[in-house]
Ligand binder design. Structure first.
Ligand SMILES: [Zn+2]
Ligand SMILES: [Zn+2]
Length: 261
């Protein structure tokens, strides 16, 4: 990890000191050691400059300025590294918390789906029971009609037997009377007329993905603002160009999409 470099700073100081050349740089104007710093002009100056062109300017010893800068840089860098370390920890925790939440949402959607499927199964069962129950009533009516027609048929068959018997009888007044009675019986034999038959059919309904989606709750992902990562994100993604494009499309979709649409 990068943080390790901070711990190595003391070692770095030693090595740096060994490398620094012994000779001091000279003032171009006065050819003297640049031992001071003019804070007003932000430039290293020599003893002659101090009393000359930089007179009454805010001056300090070069050595002091350098150690002050080294110290303040160390403090600043340390605090930045600390901040980055803290942020890393927070981001890691944030990712973990987000993962847990995503899992929770996935579980909720799964449970909702299971519940809806169970409801659909129950509904199918009830519809089948209902169609069987209601059609049975209509079927029973037809069976009753068949029984009545059977009685009619029996009566007709009986009359037919009578008719045949009368053919074997002598032609007299009694036969005439019997024939007249038979005529009346035939007239009275009413055949139950056929009414319409029951019908049953199913009208399918075209169910779309959208309709199914309406049965479910919605989820919403509030995205991280792009500005928070800025150009660094692009730097990180630069090496894998193709992946970068895909990744962007994905992250864009991820942030803006929601099943409410
Ligand atoms: Zn000088
Ligand atoms: Zn100056």
């Amino acid at each position: 990890m990068e943080m390790a470099s901070l711990n190595r700073q003391s070692t770095f100081k030693l090595t740096a000191a060994d490398v620094i050349p012994k000779g001091k740089s000279k003032c171009k104007d006065d050819n003297e050691d640049l031992s001071f710093v003019c804070n007003t002009c932000n430039v290293a100056v020599c003893i002659s400059c101090v009393t000359g062109s930089h007179k009454r300017h805010d001056l300090s010893k070069l050595r002091d300025s350098i150690s002050r800068l080294k110290a303040s840089n160390e403090v600043e860098l340390y605090s930045k590294v600390q901040e980055a370390t803290t942020n890393m920890k927070k981001i890691e925790e944030g990712i973990q918390a987000f993962d847990v939440k995503v899992e929770r949402v996935v579980k909720a959607i799964t449970e909702e789906g299971t519940h809806i499927k169970a409801m659909v199964d129950k509904c199918v069962g009830e519809m089948i029971a209902s169609v069987k129950d209601q059609s049975r009533k209509e079927r029973d009516k037809l069976t009753q009609k068949m029984a009545v027609t059977k009685v009619d048929l029996k009566a007709g068959s009986d009359l037919d037997k009578n008719l045949y018997e009368l053919y074997k009888t002598r032609n007299d007044g009694k036969l005439l009377q019997s024939l007249q009675t038979l005529t009346d019986d035939i007239a009275n034999l009413t055949i139950e007329p056929l009414t319409e038959y029951p019908d049953v059919h199913h009208t399918a309904k075209s169910v779309t993905d959208h309709d199914i989606l309406q049965l479910f709750g919605t989820f919403n992902i509030s995205g991280v603002r792009k500005g928070q990562t800025g150009h660094r994100e692009n730097e990180l993604q630069k090496p894998k160009r193709y992946g970068n494009v895909l990744c962007k499309i994905y992250s864009h979709d991820n942030v803006t999409s929601s099943s409410t649409v």
